[in-house]
Design a protein around this ligand. Structure first.
Ligand SMILES: Cc1cc2nc3c(=O)[nH]c(=O)nc-3n(C[C@H](O)[C@H](O)[C@H](O)COP(=O)(O)OP(=O)(O)OC[C@H]3O[C@@H](n4cnc5c(N)ncnc54)[C@H](O)[C@@H]3O)c2cc1C
Length: 503
């Protein structure tokens, strides 16, 4: 008998205990899908309701002129066999080798092109330390300390407690102060600050406010190992969906949730936009906390908690440009490129991420991602995707021309360049229902961490949150959050029996 089912009704602590095994998940992004797979493995009955007609959320790509254009997965870290994301993929029953290939084979994962120097982020902590010491010879003492911390973080990330801890995954790590503050204390040079600021950009937080632990976790994850999707986000999304449905999960598409129904301070189910009522013993909301607050009636969410949720700051949005270029003229490098400008204090003021991928039929795909504030698109706030008008299209075209013009400094003059698509924070907002189109959700600044932690305890019985706003953004953060939610619902004994490979 399946050990997960044998201890089925023992399980969660009194606080999290749910009656029955009918679980409803709102949102079929990577957060909702991975939570769904885990809860099915734990023996629950699971339904995912997704407002879009295509599941996958930001993980899914889209096709323009026959070319697969990525949205929210360009590269990920820590997918090796003994690394946290790799171990979580094994527990989910999803093959890493089928979906990803390892980067850094030619020695570089990321190339940072600053105005005054070039830094290569290689595979592995030792090689990274060597490159840092070469680039920043005056920072020897600071690097002794930083690299010791980084190795400690990488070591902890490989320990079972990293995935198994319920609630706060970093409870033993006293590293919540801002990275910028630590670098001030260590007297780091502007060059070292600029190099170390890049991993913070990956979760959308500036160096001055990024908690040391998040900086180290993101960087250590990519240094453990870095991987690119083999055949795009559509396939990635389909593999998660196949796994979910093959375990018996029910997926309802075009099923937007309008209301979370609560009675006696416990969830009872959801009301869909089409008027259908779906009962549930527990609900996992793998969507933005502001949206969750909007789905709960005034009386069902404490006013102070609602206010706190609404006051939370978001990460910045981005504009993404996808363009096709001649494959024979623009060979695909094994690494990503960041074109960055820093000021004399080492603060990164402007930057663009470029990735060149094989697209087939003599074409390579160039994707460029650059920051763009939601307020820059305020004039079109009340419009919907596809109907924003000529002025919006012109603004997108201008940005695309500028970004691609700058890209020629990196890749040389483009041959057969054609823009395939440009999307903005408004596109992201409408596509996945994320209020300000922030690609990494809530801002994980040192000042906001406690507030965010309280938001994930929603004070409604049987209501749990998952997705990128719960623990951390990105595939690693989202899936880690799903393991935590599964552990909360099932209880540690049943969870440990079901996933012995994580112990
Ligand atoms: C441009 C960009 C680049 C990125 N690059 C990377 C990268 O290279 N590596 C990496 O690890 N991460 C990257 N990320 C981040 C990563 O994509 C996200 O952290 C992750 O995909 C978020 O997953 P999620 O499940 O939390 O949310 P989502 O993917 O947003 O899924 C939420 C789902 O809920 C649905 N939904 C919302 N409201 C409702 C409702 N009321 N009823 C029913 N359904 C609803 C939405 O339609 C959506 O499908 C990137 C993100 C962006 C935008």
């Amino acid at each position: 008998m399946n050990p997960c089912r044998r201890i089925k009704m023992q399980g969660a602590s009194m606080k999290n205990r749910i009656e029955g095994d009918n679980i409803l998940i709102i949102g079929a992004g990577v957060g909702g899908l991975s939570a769904g797979i885990l809860l099915l493995l734990l023996g629950y009955r699971v339904t995912i309701v997704e407002k879009n007609h295509l599941p996958g959320g930001l993980m899914r790509s889209y096709v323009r002129r026959g070319i697969d254009c990525p949205v929210g997965v360009h590269y990920v870290g820590a997918l090796g066999d003994d690394e946290p994301l790799g171990k979580m993929f094994q527990a989910l029953g999803i093959s890493v080798e089928d979906l990803f290939f390892r980067m850094g084979g030619r020695g570089i994962v990321d190339r940072y092109l600053f105005d005054d120097f070039v830094f290569d982020l290689p595979a592995g902590l030792d090689a990274y330390e060597e490159n840092l010491r070469r680039a920043c010879p005056a920072d020897g003492k600071a690097l002794d300390i930083l690299m010791k911390n980084m190795r400690e973080t990488a070591r902890r990330m490989k320990e079972p407690s990293f995935i198994l801890n319920q609630g706060d995954p970093f409870q033993n790590m006293d590293q919540f102060r801002p990275m910028g503050e630590l670098l001030d204390e260590l007297g780091a040079s502007p060059r070292l600050r600029a190099i170390l600021a890049v991993p913070c950009q990956l979760i959308g937080v500036g160096l001055g406010e990024c908690p040391v632990i998040f900086h180290h976790m993101v960087l250590a994850g990519y240094l453990l190992s870095s991987w690119r999707p083999k055949s795009g986000g559509n396939r990635l999304a389909d593999v998660f969906i196949d796994r979910f449905t093959s375990l018996g999960g029910r997926l309802m598409l075009g099923a937007g949730v309008q209301k979370i129904e609560v009675a006696g301070r416990k969830v009872k189910g959801v009301l869909l936009e089409n008027g259908e009522d779906l009962p549930a013993d527990a609900i996992v909301a793998a969507i933005h906390p502001r949206v969750i607050a909007g789905l709960l009636a005034e009386a069902d969410l404490r006013a102070t908690l609602r206010e706190r949720i609404l006051s939370l700051q978001e990460t910045e949005g981005v504009v993404v440009v996808h363009a096709g270029v001649d494959a024979s003229a623009h060979l695909v490098p094994d690494h990503n490129t960041y074109r960055l400008h820093h000021n004399r204090h080492g603060v990164i003021e402007d930057g663009t991420f470029y990735q060149l991928r094989h697209a087939g039929n003599g074409v390579n795909l160039l994707s460029a991602i650059t920051h763009s504030a939601y307020n820059d698109w305020k004039s079109w706030e009340k419009t919907i995707t596809g109907r924003r008008g000529a002025a919006y299209e012109e603004k997108k075209q201008l940005i695309a021309d500028e970004v691609l013009g700058r890209a020629e400094d990196v890749f040389g003059p483009f041959k057969n360049l054609r823009i395939l698509d440009v999307f903005t924070p408004l596109t992201v907002r409408d596509y996945v229902n994320c209020p300000r189109g922030a690609c990494y959700g809530l801002l994980r600044s040192a000042g906001q961490l406690m507030k965010i932690a309280s938001v994930s305890r929603l004070s409604v019985g049987g209501l749990f949150s998952a997705g990128q706003n719960t623990v951390a953004p990105g595939l690693l953060g989202c899936i880690l959050g799903s393991f935590q939610v599964a552990a909360k619902i099932a209880g540690s004994e049943r969870y440990a029996a079901c996933f012995p490979q994580l112990l």
